[in-house]
Design a binder for this molecule. Sequence first.
Ligand SMILES: NC(=O)c1ccc[n+]([C@@H]2O[C@H](COP(=O)([O-])OP(=O)(O)OC[C@H]3O[C@@H](n4cnc5c(N)ncnc54)[C@H](OP(=O)(O)O)[C@@H]3O)[C@@H](O)[C@H]2O)c1
Length: 350
Amino acid sequence: MQTKTPVGILGATGIVGQRFVQMLEHHPWFEVAWLAASDRSEGRPYGEAARWRMKTPIPPRLAEMQVSPAQPGGAPKIIFAALDAAIAAELEPRFAEAGCAVVSNSSALRMQSDVPLVVPEVNAEHVKLLACQSWRRKSGGFVVTNPNCSAIGLVMALAPLEQHFGIETVMAVTMQAVSGAGYPGVASLDILGNVIPYIAKEEEKMEEETRKLLGRLNGAKVVPAAFGMSAQCNRVSVEDGHTESVSVKLKKKAAPEEIIEAWNDFRSVPQELKLPSAPEQPVRYIAAADRPQPRFDVDSGQGMTATIGRLRPCGVLDWKFTVLSHNTIRGAAGAALLNAELLKVRGYLD
Ligand SMILES: NC(=O)c1ccc[n+]([C@@H]2O[C@H](COP(=O)([O-])OP(=O)(O)OC[C@H]3O[C@@H](n4cnc5c(N)ncnc54)[C@H](OP(=O)(O)O)[C@@H]3O)[C@@H](O)[C@H]2O)c1
């Protein structure tokens, strides 16, 4: 029997950290061997330190595991990181320097020119940037990142359009779930019965990350995609799932059936490689006039499929539609897991 590769989770007690624990419980290749968080949690059993918010029970083996200090000494070589950006900026380089493969969710290093920002269905070849990282040359360690939870849904919808028709302009308005703010996140008195039209730094992240993801790898850098883009981000009273109303202008004329076919037929590297976390259908179009809705569609493809609906002509740009994706699965832990699976198959975790 093949043994599984030991992995660690940095920021294991948070919402994304818990999602990692849940998604890794039955993973065929990886096994959680180390959990770390802040000094508030350090030294305590994980089951006591984490306020478990997943809908499946906490895995008993991990509930008893002691939370380690967030330092590379004693950590496994593969680290899934789910830290706040400010802490990640300090800790992720430290782990990479110590020889760890850091698969990160945080925004801290996403836009650094030698750090790949990857969605394997969209830009798997960008992992080649790892060769440019000084950590990689010195200790073998590196940092690879996945995008912000709202950029990921958008980019899943845009990639097939860019491939088939080319994109000239994108406008996106988000309705983002409360779990996107972590735990305890937004106070209930602020969000219940309310919409908050501001999420710090989110609009900037969506715009620059979308362009980097759809950009072209040119030697040691990514040339960002050149289309015009405007994002507006709102927090709404939904538990899981970011919904986005999107308008696009395409370079080439397209009929609605061609656009829907481009989405439904979209398959890429994770599907070809049959990566364990890859959804069979990364993007699906749903015809019902009032879908997608988080309540019904967020778990599509075990939370890894982006669901699109309501394609119709736009009076200003060419087309408008709605896309929904699961923010803590496709937008966070599942995204990082898929990145790690890609890295393993490509030999970066050996
Ligand atoms: N939630 C989402 O949908 C989502 C999606 C994509 C990306 N992200 C990104 O993923 C990261 C984590 O998000 P989250 O929603 O899981 O946040 P969260 O629920 O607030 O969790 C934060 C985690 O960081 C740990 N931490 C805080 N200070 C630390 C320190 N000084 N040293 C070590 N660990 C420390 C916390 O440990 P303690 O419990 O010990 O304090 C906790 O485990 C963020 O960068 C976020 O932007 C989140």
